[in-house]
Write a protein that binds this ligand. Sequence first.
Ligand SMILES: NC(=O)C1=CN([C@@H]2O[C@H](COP(=O)(O)OP(=O)(O)OC[C@H]3O[C@@H](n4cnc5c(N)ncnc54)[C@H](OP(=O)(O)O)[C@@H]3O)[C@@H](O)[C@H]2O)[C@H](O)CC1
Ligand SMILES: [K+]
Length: 505
Amino acid sequence: MKIFTAAQIREADAFTIAHEPVSSTDLMARAAGKCADWLLDRFAPVHPFFIFCGKGNNGGDGLVIAHRLLEEGYQVTACLLEYGNKASEDYIYYYRRLQQQYAGRIREIADVTGFPELPASAVIVDAIFGTGLNKPIEGWLAGIIHKINDQHGRHTIVAIDMPSGLMADASCRNTPVIQAHYTLSFEFHKLAFLLPENAALVGEVQILPIGLSPDYITHTPVRYHLADKEMMHTIYMPRPAFAHKGTFGHALLVAGSYGKMGAAVLSAKACLRAGVGLLTCHIPRCGYDIMQISEPAAMSVADEVHEHSAHFHEQADARYKTIGIGPGLGTATATARSFEKLLTCYKRPMVIDADALNILSVYPSLLYQVPAGSILTPHPKEFERLFGPSANDFERMELLSKQAVRLQLYILLKGRYTAIACPDGAVYFNATGNPGMATGGSGDVLTGILTGLLAQDYAPKAAVLLGAWLHGYAGDLAAAKLSQEAMTAGDIISHLGAAFLECFY
Ligand SMILES: NC(=O)C1=CN([C@@H]2O[C@H](COP(=O)(O)OP(=O)(O)OC[C@H]3O[C@@H](n4cnc5c(N)ncnc54)[C@H](OP(=O)(O)O)[C@@H]3O)[C@@H](O)[C@H]2O)[C@H](O)CC1
Ligand SMILES: [K+]
């Protein structure tokens, strides 16, 4: 699914009205009607509704919703905020309709003292500002936002299109924004919904299709995308009937050090479960028995050094389709040196994670040696160590995309919505996964999956999108069976098979 900017959404709106048989007022009726359907489905008539309306088209949506709920016999107060701006044409149209039929249900509010007393079980609908917000909310309107937020623990707050005060494409940190329990948004996700800094503001997001022009949607280029199941079906490659283990590549995993062999084992198991043909693990001498016993399907090569690996560059030759490096590796100087040498001799796309990323952040010039098309998988701290701090999440997304272009790499930034930046600057968000995966070893599993997919000849972009999707999907299946609390990284691996089956069989 494409993620459009606020300006593009306005364009899509205008394009639809110009090219499809729908007027602007009808499009508003359709969009707001979808919200009304959702509210009617969710809340019984015992809930009194307070619908706060601004004077733009978001407010117009609020007026349509108020009218519809009144028609259905609900108790509704339409709270119209009179802050001086000229109302939009569609707002005026629906205001007149409401005024004619339900004048008694309209309440004009011109300062914060006009904020209504809310009875028990009231539902607040926020239709104050949507994608047209162009500056932070100030003055008494900010007071209304705070009053609504004060009700967060007592009443359900449903935002229409966007929580008011939030901008689709820019940070609103430390400005007044509605804290919604639900956001009913039209047609597309907004970038703002996918960034951690807004997690407490948007609540549960429901995307409601409103029939914007498919022509516009198909032909308008965007930087941000939300990965979906449909996309995975275009990526996944069923196995040929005459396949043998040579068909699915030989991967080298460079991982583990004294006290961190678990990371190497998790990564190896995940790589095998992702379907690699053959796997060799380069591990420190201390980890040899551990790996051989924990994962008999993997071959092991022990380093000359006991506690960490220092000679893996000697291994890295054309036999290996790809290399996954980093889980539990440690950052000993000898390990860093071997990594440097590996980067001079091995030129295929590889997967770089954890301590291998930490080595890159200590020796940043090595970043230029990383083979084009490789996949880096930092969490936010590792990302900051590699590329520096950002003032907010929007700037971090810019930086992510810029670095992927500059280095011609795939950079996967872990999070609730993991963001995957591509060498052409495009960024894909992954929506599978859950907080149960915020546990030690989860990243090692991802590295194993990505390495396994690259070895099977998935192109790096396909591997990183599919790998992130499957990792989150398996995590969701594990959480459904075991709970988010009790699941461990190993459970993600044991649900990978079910994830393949559910998604592709
Ligand atoms: N996506 C679609 O195709 C559809 C969306 N719909 C709804 O329309 C809104 C967007 O409507 P728009 O009128 O463009 O914008 P808003 O309603 O969000 O607000 C615009 C008015 O607000 C003023 N403004 C902006 N920022 C502030 C502020 N900080 N303080 C005070 N006033 C502010 C702005 O005035 P300016 O003079 O500053 O320009 C406007 O008066 C979208 O979100 C959907 O809800 C349609 O219903 C259907 C199709
Ligand atoms: K709103």
